[in-house]
Every structure is written in C-alpha cells, then in structure tokens.
Ligand binder design. Structure first.
Ligand code: C5P
Length: 229
C-alpha cells in the first residue's frame, strides 16, 4: 500500500456503481464546504479521450499515454462540476453505459492507474476533500480521516439506474442494466491492481433499504465523531 500522507482532511466514499456514492459525496462536500473528487470521472474521461483519438483499447501503453496527457478541467457550475475535455464540455457524454464499460476496462490497467494517481491527490486542499471512487480509502488516500464503503444489492442498483434513465426519457432494459452492473462489479473486484474492496478502517454501509438522506445522516455522524462537522 502507498505511504502517501496528506495533512488535508479527506473523507473517502468508495463502492460499486449505482451505490449512491457520487450523490452522497456531492451532498457531503456541499454541506461541509469541501472540495470534491469524482475519481470515476477521470477514468471515464480517459476512456472518452481514447475513443476520440481512435486509440486501440488493447494497447495499454497508448492508453496510459492518454491518461498522462489529459487536458481536463473540472469547473464549478450550477449543477455540480462541469467536466471539460480538450475545451469541450463532456459531462453528459461521460455518463453513457458505453463509456462506463470502457472506463472499467482502462481502469484495470496498472499504467493507467499510476498515470492518474498524482492528479487525484492534487485535489486535496483545505479545508478538506470528499473523494469518491473504488480505491480512495485503500490506495489514493490511505490516511483519510473518514472512510465509508457504500454498497447496495445489484438488483437495487439496477433499479435506481433504470429509474434515472426512465426520468430522462431513455428506454432501457432492466435485465441488460443488471447484467452490465454485475459484469462491471466482477471486473472492478477481480482486477489485480486496486480492486474494489473496503479499506480495513472503513465503515460499511448497505444502502439497499436506505434513503439518500439516511445515508448522509450516518456519514455526518462519522464526521461529527472526528470533530469535522
Ligand atoms: O464511478 P464510475 O462508474 O464513474 O467509474 C467508472 C469506472 O471507473 C468504474 O467501473 C471503475 O472501473 C473505474 N474506477 C476505478 N477506480 C476509481 C473510480 C472508478 O477503477 N477510483
């Protein structure tokens, strides 16, 4: 494990796709007035940039070069952070299932993970950082003050995703979404580098039967216990 230490307070929220970690991280950052790192967005941006540049997804070195040279900016906007890749706003195109699946493939490559490590750590700044992803508490910020591992059953996560797409007027097959989520879980947990797993000192929350506000309340209790809220 990395020896990296930061004096900035960090709260990490890790977990599988659809567990609600992005929503909780954004609400927590807003509540505390802390910076926010959506680390999944960096893997998605890498996948999208590689697609745009016509890079072969079997070429690990080329993908690592894309990750090292990302021209990406996160710009605060009314609906959270706008993500701008090579001057173009890509916040919406990053969210497609296709980009998510490709992100999970590039994220399994050690050279890509190494290329994105420092960039993620650079998000740490006072008064604090909320970081969400898969390995925030285990690899990127091993000395984080509060670590949460947020999970939910695959069926519940597929149901949430289905609901989100339905709201946007996008037709989707529930069975297909469930199969995609299970495939992504499998790839994220079985990979050799930084697999999806709770840090030893993380609190594990199963949100299958919990509302967002209930999850946020439990996380806020953890922040209070550390004197951070
Ligand atoms: O969280 P999100 O669905 O945006 O992440 C996209 C993909 O990026 C995940 O399936 C995972 O493979 C990868 N990822 C990762 N480590 C992180 C965040 C995301 O491997 N810290």
């Amino acid at each position: 494990m990395s020896e990296f230490q930061t004096s900035v307070h960090v709260a990490t929220i890790d977990g599988p796709s659809g567990s609600g970690k992005g929503t909780i991280a954004a609400l927590l950052a807003r509540r505390l007035g802390w910076a926010l790192l959506d680390s999944g967005a960096l893997y998605r941006v890498t996948a999208l940039a590689a697609m745009n540049q016509g890079v072969d997804f079997a070429d690990a070195d080329a993908l690592a070069a894309v990750a090292s040279n990302l021209d990406v900016r996160f710009i605060p906007s009314e609906d959270g952070l706008a993500i701008v890749l090579a001057g173009e706003r890509v916040s919406d195109s990053l969210r497609t299932e296709e980009v998510g699946a490709l992100a999970s493939r590039v994220a399994a490559l050690p050279a890509v993970r190494a290329a994105l490590l420092q960039c993620q750590r650079d998000f740490a700044r006072n008064p604090g950082l909320v970081a969400d992803g898969r390995d925030m508490g285990t690899v990127v910020f091993p000395n984080a003050t509060v670590k949460v591992f947020l999970t939910a059953s695959a069926e519940e996560r597929a149901k949430r995703r289905f609901g989100q797409l339905h709201q946007k007027g996008i037709d989707a097959s529930f069975d297909r979404l469930l199969a995609d989520i299970q495939a992504r879980d499998e790839r994220d947990s079985q990979r050799a580098v930084a697999p999806l797993r709770p840090a030893d000192d993380a609190i594990i929350l199963d949100s299958t039967q919990m509302s967002i506000q209930e999850v946020l309340a439990v996380v806020m209790v953890q922040m209070h216990l550390k004197g951070l809220a």
